[in-house]
Design a protein around this ligand. Structure first.
Ligand SMILES: C[S@@+](CC[C@H](N)C(=O)[O-])C[C@H]1O[C@@H](n2cnc3c(N)ncnc32)[C@H](O)[C@@H]1O
Length: 334
């Protein structure tokens, strides 16, 4: 059974806001959503509805058999596919979406029609739909791009598997995942980066009906579905997007008074990304939110958090919150 903290369901608006930056990547590609129950996943809904516009070759969606059903408007009637499909792990494979029911529009009703009538489109999984299971790994091998919001508790393993199989991906995670020893080196080496659409604030996620609504930021939306607001969410990807090639405007000048050096590394401390001095050629320690603006042509990432003595970076004995050490590749000469 999935852990309760893993059951956060992504809103369609958040998926649309991010995906709009990547459309050319999807032409003629096999997309896999492997933590997604088509009953409830807006990732499935997004790709099924935009299948033709994106020019997809195939959409594969697999779900985990512990995933509870939220009962949203996406509930698809799969006919007599199984007595109780909601409790079973299954996969959906779609290779075309067209006006099957002849109502003049290509919409969710057609997807439902397809799943009801095409025996090849939907089938049970034997190994519980775990993304690490052999049958799910076979589907991963077939995929070109993986897009989902994976279980928070398994993020390290999840991204590790994507890297192991050399897959392109776009996934949601917590901003703190940047600090994981399995993740930071990938960011440092420009093998993965952050997506452009979420850089601050919180995001609403739907939660199962039995989710306790005592935490701050919880509520029930107009259609009666429970949600929780989650802070510090980011998209992680290795698909290129234009925003990461935009230059950050730097307006401050270096002065030793404003930018003290660390005790244990030859670098200056910069408390806010916007205050990075435009003319400093050496190493600088910046907050991890720098990565929301990181352009690899403008900056180089040196290392994370630790000084030469392998202790946290400190200024006069005090450690600021985690810092990333960077260097401006083209500092201004005044
Ligand atoms: C954060 S939720 C997101 C669900 C969906 N991707 C979305 O964004 O709406 C993660 C989902 O992964 C499922 N899950 C948990 N462990 C899993 C595993 N080992 N393999 C595949 N899916 C898993 C959970 O049941 C849950 O539905």
């Amino acid at each position: 059974m999935a852990a309760k903290k893993d059951e956060f369901y992504t809103q369609m608006a958040d998926i649309e806001r991010e995906l709009q930056h990547y459309w050319p990547h999807f032409v003629d590609k096999v997309v896999l959503c492997n933590c997604d129950d088509p009953y409830e996943s807006n990732f499935f809904k997004y790709f099924a509805l935009n299948f033709n516009q994106l020019g997809l070759k195939k959409l594969i969606c697999t779900c985990f058999d512990g995933s509870p059903v939220l009962g949203n408007e996406l509930l698809l009637d799969f006919g007599d596919f199984t007595d109780d499909p909601k409790k079973m792990a299954y996969k959906v494979e779609i290779t075309e979406v067209k006006d099957l029911n002849g109502d003049g529009a290509v919409d969710l009703a057609d997807v439902q029609y397809l799943l009801k009538n095409d025996k090849n489109a939907i089938s049970l999984l034997k190994q519980h739909g775990d993304f690490r299971s052999a049958e799910c790994i076979e589907l991963l091998k077939e995929a070109d791009i993986v897009v989902t919001n994976p279980p928070f508790s398994l993020f390290r393993e999840y991204i590790g598997q994507l890297m192991q199989y050399g897959k392109k991906f776009l996934i949601i995670g917590n901003v703190n995942s940047i600090t994981y020893k399995e993740v930071f080196p990938l960011i440092k080496d420009n093998r993965i980066w952050l997506g452009p659409s979420i850089t601050s604030g919180d995001r609403k996620f739907n939660v199962p009906d039995d989710y306790p609504l005592n935490a701050a930021g919880c509520g029930v939306d107009t259609n009666g579905r429970k949600y929780i607001r989650v802070k510090g969410v980011r998209w992680y990807t290795n698909l290129d997007h234009n925003k990461r090639h935009e230059e950050m405007d730097l307006v401050r000048l270096y002065s030793p008074e404003d930018y003290p050096k660390y005790d244990n590394y030859d670098a200056i401390n910069v408390d806010k990304t916007q205050d990075i001095p435009c003319d400093y050629p050496g190493a600088m320690g910046v907050p991890i939110t720098f990565l929301d603006k990181y352009n690899p042509e403008q900056f180089e990432i040196i290392k994370f958090r630790k000084g030469n003595d392998d202790k946290d970076l400190s200024v006069k004995g005090k450690c600021p919150y985690f810092r990333i050490l960077i260097r401006n590749k083209n500092p201004q000469t005044l």
